[in-house]
Design a protein around this ligand. Structure first.
Ligand code: PMP
Length: 308
């Protein structure tokens, strides 16, 4: 599933608070609330270049999640339809001919002092960049269980995809990279397996696909949901349930999913080989089905794609 190395898009036209400008001219004051306190929530959306058009993946699902999260965080944002229109416009204005990644953000644009979500003005931005592979999807990943705990739902809800919450991800990912691993796996505050720094996790145990359920302090990944649908359509049994740490060391296969990483298989966890140390058969089936769907080769999933 490795895609061509991306060519950076020079200063793409971007949307900020009602105006379109080159990215480098989209500026906010240094005392912006979101910069000071991490008060924002965001999405990451992939656009796949088919050779003739750009197909945005699961667009409505991403903006529906963003809209719900903005509401939870007491931020107002454009409607789902308006955000979809801005995203489409962003692609049309820049007319990329390669795979891209869209980044819409709802944020507190006010400049008042103090961490509070009420009585601070809201802003909205949407920009895009070129993006190839986020993690290498062909080569197996060497991952570790992080010494950092996942944020608890009653502290900073991971479900919210809040900008400030990504410090937790950054700490785990940095520790992993500094220790020579590709990615970190979080446990939550109940010591259950949670997710990667920016990916959901799936295990295969005795032919069953297992993934932590929605109450495990995970982000409810759009890709995770797509994979659950593919698995169901492929007749693969699925369990969404609490996953114990040591199940990772017993798994026949492990893979990570996300808009960025797509479907990336895990070769080792905490220096223990996963299964045969190669991409497993269920992972291969799912990775191929996902790739066919996102590149528009499988009519069953045509509704996942919005062509621009
Ligand atoms: N978990 C976290 C913490 C993430 O940041 C992401 C990436 N958005 C995911 C899971 C995967 O989510 P999605 O499939 O919606 O990209």
């Amino acid at each position: 599933m490795t895609s061509a190395a991306p060519q950076p898009l020079a200063n793409p036209l971007s949307y900020l608070n009602g105006e379109w400008k080159p990215l480098g001219e989209c500026l906010v004051p240094i005392n912006t609330h979101a910069l000071q306190y991490g008060t924002g929530c965001f999405e990451g959306i992939r656009g796949y270049w088919s050779g003739t058009r750009l197909n945005l993946l699961l667009l409505r699902q991403h903006f529906a999640r963003l809209h719900r999260n903005a509401g939870m965080l007491l931020m107002s944002c454009p409607s789902v339809d308006e955000m979809i229109a801005i995203a489409r416009d962003c692609v049309a204005r820049n007319a990329p001919t390669q795979n891209v990644y869209l980044r819409p953000v709802v944020f507190k644009r006010g400049t008042s002092l103090g961490p509070v979500l009420v009585n601070v003005a809201d802003g909205y931005m949407c920009y895009l960049q070129a993006l190839g592979d986020y993690l290498d999807t062909s080569k197996g990943l060497n991952v570790c269980v992080s010494s950092w705990r996942r944020l608890a739902d009653n502290a900073i809800p991971t479900r919210s995809k809040a900008t400030g919450g990504y410090l937790n991800s950054a700490l785990a990912k940095s520790e992993a990279v500094l220790n020579g691993f590709d990615e970190a796996i979080f446990l939550n505050d109940r010591n259950q397996v949670c997710e990667g720094s920016a990916e959901n996790i799936f295990l295969v145990r005795d032919g069953v696909l297992v993934t932590p359920d929605r109450t495990a302090d995970i982000l409810e990944g759009i890709t995770r949901q797509a994979i659950l649908q593919l698995a169901q359509d492929l007749g693969i049994p699925v369990q969404e349930r609490a996953v114990a740490r040591t199940e990772l060391y017993h798994a026949d296969e492990i893979f990570l999913t996300g808009t960025g990483c797509q479907v990336s298989w895990v070769k080792s966890i905490d220096k223990r080989q996963v299964g045969a140390g190669a991409r497993g058969p269920l992972t291969a089936k799912i990775q191929t089905a996902y790739e066919n769907a996102v590149y528009g080769r499988e009519p069953t999933y045509a509704e996942w794609l919005t062509a621009v």
